[in-house]
Design a protein around this ligand. Structure first.
Ligand code: GRF
Length: 220
């Protein structure tokens, strides 16, 4: 992909990952443009980080059913003509029709070392499980929750004194650089996904890239 990569962001909450993308663009680290932020929560803080013409929000309860909501969301996303769609704290499971519509260019950042701890409350669950390490993953989205091919991961230690809150804060600190490194690779066109198989420079790869490797690849 050449030129300025068009990124649409789906977000339900605070939007610190969206802000990390905006900052990386402003600092010249990511040759991209955020073409819209899309939310299931009209009061989401994330929306405030974008100018009004690039915001779309609708509450699913205002639609007849989930299919109708996702069709409207998909139309709004498609109208922004994105190259990539990034779920960054988007707290709804996307249905098969939406996933198929944006197949191969829909990614999510999830706060765990997938396949461990899919779904919610990942930090509390990592502590309960006695995990020595925890972290974040950027993966392609498939209809099954948090089950798509994992592009890259960042790890943090779990400390004996951790609470879910302290662990969440440590993970968030690596989520942002992980998301930017992943988007740099995706925007460069070097990483692709088809039928669940990731390729780097045309070669299949089977294990998630570590954050440091993803950064090194970007420099190479
Ligand atoms: C992040 O931890 C993300 O991984 C998870 O939800 C949180 C969203 O944070 N899916 P923010 O809205 O980007 O600040």
């Amino acid at each position: 992909m050449t030129g300025c990569t068009r990124i649409a962001v789906l977000a339900s909450g605070r939007g610190s990952n969206l802000q990390a993308i905006l900052d990386a663009i402003a600092q010249g680290q990511l040759q991209a443009e955020v073409v819209g932020v899309f939310s299931d929560r009209p009061d989401a803080e994330a929306l405030q980080r974008m100018p009004a013409p690039r915001r779309w929000a609708a509450a699913p309860r205002d639609f007849a059913d989930r299919a109708a909501y996702e069709s409207a969301l998909g139309d709004a996303v498609a109208a922004s003509a994105p190259d990539w769609i990034v779920c960054a704290g988007y707290m709804r499971i996307l249905g098969a029709a939406f996933v198929a519509r944006f197949d191969g260019r829909l990614v999510n950042i999830h706060p765990s070392l997938l396949p461990r701890h899919k779904g919610l409350h990942t930090h509390a669950r990592a502590l309960e499980a006695g995990d020595a390490e925890h972290g974040a993953s950027v993966h392609f989205v498939v209809p099954e929750l948090d089950a798509g091919a994992v592009l890259a991961q960042a790890r943090v230690p779990v400390l004996p004194t951790d609470t879910p809150q302290t662990l969440a804060a440590r993970v968030l600190g690596v989520e942002h650089p992980l998301l930017i490194a992943s988007l740099q690779l995706l925007a460069s066109g070097r990483v692709t996904e088809q039928d669940g198989q990731l390729q780097l420079d045309g070669h299949p790869f089977f294990s998630p890239l570590a954050l440091d490797s993803a950064r090194m690849l970007q420099a190479s």
